[in-house]
Design a protein around this ligand. Structure first.
Ligand SMILES: [Zn+2]
Length: 178
């Protein structure tokens, strides 16, 4: 039986500013996976900078993955590629975005257990329907943050008030899929 995850509205002043270009790149990569036959889950990493309470997303990395209709994973080598790219570009890992086959956008047990990265504050966004219809507004997704050992899903209120999309912020793209 599916039990929806409890939603949280943390009392903090963190702002997440996402480059509009990062949204477009993410959508394109997830839709590449969606266009496979059958559709596959897709995954990208969001990276950028953090200054005081503002987190900016200005780099999208598409890791090399193993995927099928209901599953996606990365290798140690792919994780190394991410860390190396971050070091080269002087950016930090901000989150992971992956798609699900249906409308359930809570983290699955596997998403909790097998996440390659579990660092405090890491964002994890789950996009419904293989991103076939895009993933905006973000409240159509499950937006989680790793906090004290668990991925906690934000309320729509928190997502609406703390996430914004910027046309001014540029975005870089590194693609390891081939
Ligand atoms: Zn998942």
């Amino acid at each position: 039986m599916f039990i929806p995850r409890k939603r949280t509205t943390p009392n903090d002043s963190t702002k997440y500013v996402i480059s509009k270009n990062a949204i477009e790149i993410t959508q394109k990569v997830l839709q590449d996976y969606a266009h496979l036959k059958p559709s596959n889950e897709g995954l990208v990493y969001w990276c950028g900078k953090k200054t005081h309470d503002t987190v900016s997303i200005s780099l999208v990395i598409a890791p090399k993955t193993t995927s099928d209709w209901g599953y996606i994973s990365t290798s140690n080598r792919a994780n190394f590629d991410l860390v190396k790219t971050l070091a080269e570009k002087n950016q930090i890992h901000i989150g992971q975005i992956h798609s699900h086959p249906g409308t359930v956008v809570d983290h699955s047990d596997g998403d909790d257990l097998d996440a390659s990265f579990k660092t405090e504050g890491l964002i994890s966004i789950v996009v419904p329907n293989y991103c076939k219809e895009g993933f905006l507004p973000l409240t159509t997704c499950g937006v989680h943050r790793y906090n004290q050992g668990n991925f906690q899903r934000f309320s729509d209120k928190y997502v609406s008030q703390h996430f914004e999309i910027s046309e001014k912020l540029s975005c870089d793209f590194v693609d390891f899929r081939k």
